[in-house]
Design a protein around this ligand. Structure first.
Ligand code: CTP
Length: 448
């Protein structure tokens, strides 16, 4: 009996998949099909798969040609499967030509012609709401990074840019060959289905509100707002208009950070009792050092506060802030925000004029989680215990500068018509705004 194996994601099962499986089956007598797990796809940068693993397995099952279906979970698994399942032939579409020649050592490798004109990527951009045309607000530093990252998310296309400095918008549009530099924000809102707001902090709320009221989905750079009332108002409007509003705190959407949060909350280090989260970044004099919206808290505290909220929840009994406002300065250049819940404490540090180790420690009654700097770009962490040397290490993908994960979730929410993401709920985003507001207003302990 000749045993054949093939692998794929099989998202939105199409004619190309069907034809490939049929021809794979014809190569032998018994066909094994490996379907990629969601985590494996995420780890190899395939972020925009629409269907769940169960749905994709069901797609393959319904084709009626697979004798056995397995799940592909890690790089290198093909070698193990071929040996374990005594496979004679490995086959895959010709788009992978040459990529699997290393399997020749274990079995015969056959590349089958790929069916022309159809792919999951194409279907994903056509399905549901179709291609979302997106406008960028603010042609600054972050917007450039956004352009580099958005191409990993199929179905989202940057269409135009608005910047009050129209020359900057024109330059940006030319550089990236975009359709339009909008001279007017309202005009851009008529043309696009979604906006990414990357303007200075003080303008986020106004731009977001206008977009939401116009029925346009919003991905807004952090901090969404410096007050809880504004954040609440924005989410309420978004809900009422059925549009997506997502605060772009990229850490919240990274696979490593998400896994760390659920691991720490699952009891593996006992009960969480204390959190230490620090993010400092020395900056050249500029807008960040100027009032009324500059300062370390408004600039960077979102990240450590995110850790506190994701790990301890949104209800805090006490918030105390110690900040450094150097003589002659308008704003805090360093701040330590101490939070307390009924059962745990958290210390969040942010600095634009003081440098510290940017690590995260989640302390529990049986052990702790240590995430080394830069913890906000989580790709590695350890669980450690009393006994020295006893630790468990975890590694995760963190591709590019991490923005692609939040963009991918934003697009998925639009596609699925979801106004809330469990990765960062409106309640969590509002809680962070409230903590920022409280910490900024607290002047009981000011160092000079
Ligand atoms: N395949 C094919 N013809 C197509 C599309 C896919 O023969 N038009 C084959 C691939 O070569 C692979 C298998 O189907 O052997 C599963 O591919 P998968 O990656 O799931 O499908 P794609 O449509 O290529 O997905 P994507 O666009 O996400 O890359």
């Amino acid at each position: 009996m000749t045993r054949v194996i093939t692998y794929g994601t099989y998202d939105l099962f199409h004619e190309g998949h069907k034809r490939l499986l049929e021809r794979a089956k014809e190569l032998g007598d018994y066909l094994i099909v490996g379907v990629t797990s969601t985590a494996f796809d995420e780890s190899r940068g395939k972020l925009d798969v629409s269907q769940s693993l169960v749905e994709r397995i069901e797609n393959v099952r319904k084709s009626g040609v697979a004798d056995e279906i397995i799940v592909e979970e890690f790089q290198g698994q093909k070698i193990r499967d071929i040996i374990e399942h005594k496979v004679d032939i490995f086959t895959v579409g010709s788009d992978w030509m040459g990529k699997f020649d290393y399997l020749n050592e274990y079995c015969k490798v056959v590349y089958l012609d790929r069916t022309k004109g159809v792919s999951s990527t194409k279907l994903r951009s056509e399905e549901g709401v179709g291609i979302q045309r997106l406008g960028i607000v603010g042609a600054g530093r972050v917007a450039h990074r956004f352009i580099a990252e958005v191409r990993y998310v199929s179905g989202l296309e940057v269409d135009s840019v608005y910047d009050p400095d129209h020359a900057a918008a024109m330059e940006f549009v030319q550089k990236y060959d975009l359709r339009h530099a909008a001279p007017d924000y309202d005009e851009m809102l008529n043309d696009v289905g979604a906006v990414y707001i990357a303007s200075p902090h003080a303008s986020h709320v106004e731009y977001a509100r206008k977009a939401i009221d116009a029925g346009v989905h919003v991905l807004c750079e952090k901090p969404l707002s410096l007050t809880a009332a504004d954040a609440e108002d924005l989410y309420a409007r978004a809900e009422a208009n059925s549009v997506v509003l997502l605060e772009a705190i990229k850490t919240a959407f990274c696979p490593g950070f998400r896994r760390m949060v659920v691991l720490a909350r699952s009891g593996s280090i006992g009960q969480i009792r204390s959190i230490d989260a620090t993010f400092t970044k020395l900056m050249e004099p500029g807008r960040e050092f100027e009032g009324p919206d500059g300062g370390a808290i408004s600039e960077l505290a979102t990240f450590p506060l995110l850790a506190a909220v994701k790990l301890l929840g949104t209800e805090f009994e006490d918030v105390r802030t110690t900040k450094l406002v150097p003589e002659g300065s308008d704003v805090d250049t360093f701040a330590r925000i101490d939070l307390r819940t009924e059962k745990a404490t958290a210390t969040c540090r942010a600095g634009i004029g003081v440098k510290a180790e940017g690590s995260l420690v989640v302390a529990g009654t049986e052990g702790y989680v240590y995430v080394p700097a830069p913890w906000w770009l989580t790709n590695y962490y350890e669980e450690r215990f009393e006994e020295p040397g006893v630790s468990r290490r975890y590694y995760y993908a963190f591709d590019g500068d991490g923005m692609r994960y939040e963009i991918s979730e934003f697009h998925r929410m639009i596609r699925e018509g979801r106004t809330s993401s469990f990765m960062l709920t409106p309640q969590e985003s509002i809680a962070i705004a409230r903590l920022i507001e409280t910490a900024r207003a607290d002047n009981t302990a000011v160092l000079r």
